[in-house]
Design a protein around this ligand. Structure first.
Ligand SMILES: Nc1ncnc2c1ncn2[C@@H]1O[C@H](COP(=O)(O)OP(=O)(O)OP(=O)(O)O)[C@@H](O)[C@H]1O
Ligand SMILES: [Mg+2]
Length: 227
């Protein structure tokens, strides 16, 4: 679905990435974990084509791309519902109501972004991304400011949508457990300039035993300690 080859990025202040290559397979959920400042958002921006790499190539087969940015980026002058309709004005009332309900936003449809909590705004941004019906969904720490219970519900809903449609998801987080819960495969970023220091294929995706989760968490932490 998407391939980057030998990508380097320098904002003018030294290299962030040096010669990073990776692929995202069609219909997989790929989690990318890395410490703060390791370049996760930069990587997603390069994948989306918003940001040009200093060197290297991006090949993407995506036809409909949704991007949940690290900040919600809602339009402040229109309501939550209008923000969703902005990307997809032909969505049926039924689908819109279902989507809003799925993200726990029922009752807030006619509120403006400034009237919503941080977590509600983040969920509205996720609703907007779903509404567009992407074939590639990029998500940059989408569950921050969302409490554990709601986060589990949203992950469940996300997986349901993912199962129903052919959708490829790249999910960036610094929360290892979130990454394990969602992924078919995890890429671990580290070092400076950043590189992919480990790739983990999950044996039983989205049905990870506690033991496997513990082992994966341990192996990620160990490789961060080693660098
Ligand atoms: N527009 C920019 N101009 C210059 N430097 C930038 C720019 N955007 C990011 N950087 C630098 O690139 C590095 C990686 O930033 P990036 O935002 O990609 O990291 P991140 O892994 O997403 O961090 P976080 O987990 O805190 O969101 C940082 O050192 C940051 O200062
Ligand atoms: Mg970031």
């Amino acid at each position: 679905m998407l391939k980057i080859e030998n990508v380097s990025k320098d904002y003018g202040d030294g290299l962030i990435f040096e010669s990073v290559s990776m692929q995202v397979k069609r219909s997989e959920i790929l989690s990318v974990v890395g410490p703060s400042g390791s370049g996760k958002s930069t990587l997603l921006n390069i994948m989306s084509g918003i940001l040009k790499a200093t060197e290297g190539t991006l090949t993407s087969e995506a036809e409909r791309l949704s991007y949940v940015f690290q900040e919600d980026r809602l339009l402040p002058w229109i309501t939550l519902k209008e923000n969703i309709l902005f990307v997809r004005d032909d969505i049926s009332d039924y689908d819109l109501t279902h989507l809003i309900d799925m993200l726990g936003l029922t009752g807030a449809e006619n509120k403006y972004p400034a009237e919503l909590s941080g977590g509600m705004r983040q969920r509205a941004a996720i609703a907007r991304a779903f509404a567009y019906e992407p074939d590639l969904l990029l998500m940059d720490e989408p569950f921050k400011s969302i409490d554990y219970y709601l986060k589990s519900k949203i992950i469940e809903a996300l997986i349901k949508v993912w199962k129903e449609r052919t959708i490829t998801i790249v999910f960036v987080t610094h929360d290892i457990d979130e990454a394990i819960l969602m992924a078919d495969r995890i890429l671990v970023l580290g070092d400076k300039p950043t590189r992919i220091i480990k790739e983990i294929s999950i044996e039983h995706p989205r049905a990870v035993s506690e033991r496997e989760q513990l082992n994966i968490r341990k192996s990620i932490k160990e490789c961060w300690e080693e660098i």
